[in-house]
Design a protein around this ligand. Structure first.
Ligand SMILES: Cc1cc2nc3c(=O)[nH]c(=O)nc-3n(C[C@H](O)[C@H](O)[C@H](O)COP(=O)(O)OP(=O)(O)OC[C@H]3O[C@@H](n4cnc5c(N)ncnc54)[C@H](O)[C@@H]3O)c2cc1C
Length: 446
């Protein structure tokens, strides 16, 4: 393949395998792949040129924003690195309030910083380096999910480079069906070079971390009951992790985030939990929203990340039986994690057909998995864990594609209910009939 025309056409840099800077350019948070060419775009025009080049040379276009998904670790394709498209601009919303326009390669930490300067926020991801692109296009569950819904629910417009390399503006009044697809249908429909979100007033948050010990079952039961009646200002996670590295201490904890600066309101909402003997420590304070976002270090490219046996499920009814199953899964393997996040509230008020995101009736998101470390897990144990997880997943109402590490092409069929998939397939046939954008939970054109 002759990449000279591509080098001439774009103002950003173009790297072929083995050229100087190649190793740095192909490393991502998820690991290292071996794309045929990397285009580090510096403008929207560069994106169009890179897309046209990929189409003309019959290569797959691999789009990278924050680089946290496993798609970046596969080989081949023209990798379009959007990192330089990282502008974050707050503008007046003609319908009242504020909009934030975010470049397709920006990361959530930068968005949160810019918004916080103006007393604003949007519900995003919990980690600074995660890309606005991948997280929003897959849905986006963050600290304000019960108050404002998913990140994708706050998306009101976008600028998209199509599979033809054309630029289109997308909003409720222009290509509304494509806007629908961008709110959870993944990177299937083009390269988003700008996301427009509705921003919300967010002067501060109250953040609480509760260290917990002992049997997870009664703790999770109380947590569930608290959230069943809690104001939507409250969102919580429960996390139980083994010792991994110094940035992630072992053990179980509950993290709560309350919108606003009312410490007493958070204490009142959490009162039944705070009364438990199992709560061993409490750290509660008013913070600026960007301060509660986490940092994720780049992994060592020499150390491949371990596999993960398990998955996630969107849970409508977190009953005692399911709590027991999740706790038993975690207890059964020392090197395993259990994570839950409250949903409901605004998340549940969005009509099921208003976005492609599954299971709007879910009140909890649950994820559990054992690390598949060579030498520690044999085939029999792997099969046992897979079967145990499949039982748990079946009790939920859907899976969240963003919180998977799979690149299995068949996975999208498990993510979307049939009527949603049919609508996505029709749109895929319209916007990307040759499936140029297939490095994602792929919707295959009809
Ligand atoms: C440490 C960590 C923390 C996380 N925290 C959260 C969380 O709090 N909440 C949550 O919901 N999820 C979270 N996730 C999951 C996260 O949403 C997905 O991993 C997501 O795919 C990451 O997006 P990215 O832009 O960083 O990744 P990338 O690998 O760059 O992108 C993923 C895919 O999205 C598509 N894509 C990305 N940008 C564009 C674009 N501009 N135009 C078109 N297609 C695009 C492409 O298909 C690409 O392959 C987390 C993941 C990790 C690793």
């Amino acid at each position: 393949m002759d990449i000279t025309p591509l080098r001439t056409a774009v103002s950003g840099s173009v790297l072929a395998a083995g050229e100087q800077g190649w190793d740095g350019a192909r490393a991502s948070h998820a690991g290292v792949g071996r794309p045929e060419v990397i285009v580090r775009v510096s403008s929207v025009d560069d994106v169009s040129e890179a897309v046209r080049f990929a189409a003309a040379s019959r290569r797959v276009a691999v789009v990278r924003a924050g680089g946290h998904s496993a798609w970046c670790t596969l080989d081949d394709g023209i990798l379009i690195d959007l990192t330089a498209l990282d502008a974050v601009e707050v503008v007046e919303d003609p319908d009242g309030g504020a909009l934030v326009r975010v470049g397709g390669g920006a990361r959530w930490g930068d968005v949160a910083d810019t918004l916080a300067e103006q007393g604003l926020g949007i519900s995003s991801g919990d980690t600074r380096s995660v890309g606005v692109g991948g997280l929003t296009l897959g849905g986006g569950i963050g600290w304000m999910v019960r108050a404002w819904g998913l990140a994708a629910d706050q998306l009101v417009g976008a600028q998209v480079v199509t599979a033809e390399g054309e630029l289109v503006e997308v909003s409720e009044s222009s290509h509304a069906e494509l806007l629908w697809a961008l709110r959870g249908g993944g990177g299937n429909f083009g390269v988003v070079t700008r996301f427009d979100f509705r921003a919300h007033d967010l002067p501060a948050v109250v953040s609480a971390t509760l260290g917990v010990s002992g049997d997870a079952r009664p703790i999770l039961g109380v947590l569930r009951d608290v959230l069943a009646t809690a104001p939507r200002e409250l969102t919580v996670t429960y996390m139980d992790v083994p010792a991994m590295d110094p940035s992630a201490p072992a053990g179980a904890s509950i993290v709560a985030c309350w919108i606003g600066d009312d410490e007493q309101a958070l204490r009142s909402a959490l009162a039944p939990l705070l009364a438990l003997d199992a709560v061993t420590e409490v750290d509660l304070s008013v913070r600026a929203y960007p301060e509660i976002l986490l940092d994720a270090p780049m992994p060592d490219p020499e150390q491949p990340l371990p596999g993960f046996i398990g998955g996630n499920t969107l849970v409508v009814d977190l009953d005692d039986e399911l709590i027991d199953g999740l706790a038993a899964f975690r207890e059964g393997t020392p090197a395993s994690v259990l994570f839950l996040r409250s949903l409901g509230g605004a998340f549940g008020e969005v009509a099921q057909d208003a976005t492609p995101f599954p299971a709007r009736g879910a009140t909890w998101f649950a994820m559990a998995g054992a690390f598949d470390i060579p030498g520690m897990v044999d085939d029999a144990r792997r099969a046992e864990l897979q079967a145990a997880w499949a039982d748990l997943e079946a009790r939920g109402a859907g899976v969240y594609g963003n919180f998977t590490t799979t690149t299995d092409p068949a996975f999208a069929a498990r993510m979307y209910p049939p009527e949603t998939m049919a609508r996505l397939v029709a749109l895929k046939a319209q916007w990307d009939p040759r499936n140029l954008f297939s490095r994602n939970h792929n919707v295959v054109p009809a």
